[in-house]
Design a protein around this ligand. Structure first.
Ligand code: NAD
Length: 355
């Protein structure tokens, strides 16, 4: 791997390798762009098969965070850390504290948080060594569970899409198919029911479906059937890659708007949605409530303010739709343009990193 070629491709600022003999920590921290502010992004712990795989993951995720924070209107850049190891076997207090000390040496250029393999209680251990960490589950200044804020942002983004497609933002009587009734999916179903929407729900865990069917007036369907439901909005709140070659032509909706990360298997599926006349709310714009919530910890956490900022996702989705129309491109490309334009305005035109 030619590291500097890789860094130059998308304008990465810094790549850091952290090695601690005592705890066995081997971590990579990638800082993509700090034009808008310090690089914020979670720390992932994963048993990568090679060092190259770990580096590529850190770089890819760090760049994603630059776009997400920029498009969310945050004063933050993009970064990400990965720890090489199996979180079930290799995680220890010593390792997490060693990681925290490395983060601290960066003096706030990189702010870490939880991600796959790193949970709230791990973040608390990292916090023993550095204050440059967000996503604390409890205690003074902690943001707690971000999913209600994420769900609220999704609802606001969905509202903007409904207004665009139907000329009416009301959820009352609209039919919505929600895939995945986890933390975010549950909150979304609650909002939708409160607003009088007609809701179909699916989850691979039957007890999650049974619980919402019991609590709200919603219709259960199987995990496979959810793609075929005739509805106004398909709302993916489970895993990534669900808009793919197999599913895209099955969708019978007018809008895709949900919380899941990386909904498009690849970019071509964003174009496929466009060709089918389905409006796609780009995932990292509509699900930015999570990062908005953790970023609030930097200013002294306030849930009301976090919700208010997540409400701004309505305007972000509107901007994406405007850019898509202005430039004749699909919404997923317009989302990148929104993020790049904000960075360019603040950091100078040379900083646009279109591949
Ligand atoms: P979660 O793990 O609580 O819920 C996910 C749910 O999806 C689970 O109930 C799971 O059983 C279900 N599921 C998995 N595969 C499925 C399938 N094939 N069909 C139907 N259901 C399936 O996770 P969450 O915190 O609710 O997050 C949901 C999605 O939103 C994830 O992609 C996450 O990355 C993304 N997201 C979450 C937040 C947040 O604040 N929690 C923020 C931004 C993005």
């Amino acid at each position: 791997m030619r590291i500097f070629d890789e860094l130059s491709k998308y304008g990465y600022e810094q790549l850091i390798f952290a090695n601690d003999q005592v705890s066995g920590l081997r971590a990579v921290i990638a800082i993509h762009d700090t034009t808008l502010g310090p690089a914020l992004g979670g720390c992932r712990m994963w048993p990568y098969e090679s060092e190259e795989e770990a580096i590529i993951d850190a770089l890819r995720l760090a760049r994603g965070m630059t776009y997400k924070s920029s498009a969310a209107g945050l004063d933050l850049g993009g970064g990400k850390a990965v720890i090489i190891g199996d979180p079930r076997k290799d995680k220890s207090e010593a390792l997490l504290r060693a990681f925290g000390r490395f983060v601290d040496t960066l003096g706030g250029r990189y702010i870490t948080a939880e991600d796959v393999g790193i949970r709230g209680e791990d973040v608390e251990i990292i916090h023993m060594e550095t204050r440059h960490v967000v996503g604390l589950p409890s205690g003074p200044g902690a943001g707690g569970d971000p999913s209600p804020v994420t769900a609220y942002g999704v609802i606001r983004g969905m509202t903007a899409c409904l207004e665009e497609v139907f000329g009416d933002s009301s959820l009352n009587g609209r039919s919505i198919a929600v895939q995945g009734i986890g933390n975010v999916g549950y909150s979304i179903v609650k909002h939708l029911s409160d607003e009088g929407a007609v809701v179909h729900v699916a989850d691979v865990f039957k007890e999650r479906v049974d619980a919402v069917v019991e609590e709200f007036d919603v219709e259960p369907v199987s995990p496979d059937e959810i793609y075929d439901i005739e509805c106004d909005v398909f709302c993916p709140c489970a895993l990534g890659g669900v808009i793919n070659g197999e599913t895209v032509t099955r969708l019978k909706c007018k809008i895709v708007a949900g919380s899941a990360n990386n909904q498009l298997k690849d970019e071509s599926h964003g174009n496929a949605l466009e060709d089918l006349g389905i409006l796609y709310a780009p995932d990292y714009i509509i699900n930015a409530g999570g990062v908005i919530n953790v970023a609030e910890e930097l200013y002294g956490y306030d849930r009301e303010r976090a919700l208010r900022k997540a409400g701004g996702i309505y305007d972000r989705i509107k901007s994406v739709i405007e850019i898509a129309k202005r430039d004749g491109i699909s919404p997923h490309l317009a989302a990148s343009r929104l993020a790049e334009e904000r960075i360019a305005k603040i950091g100078g035109i040379h900083r646009i990193f279109v591949p």
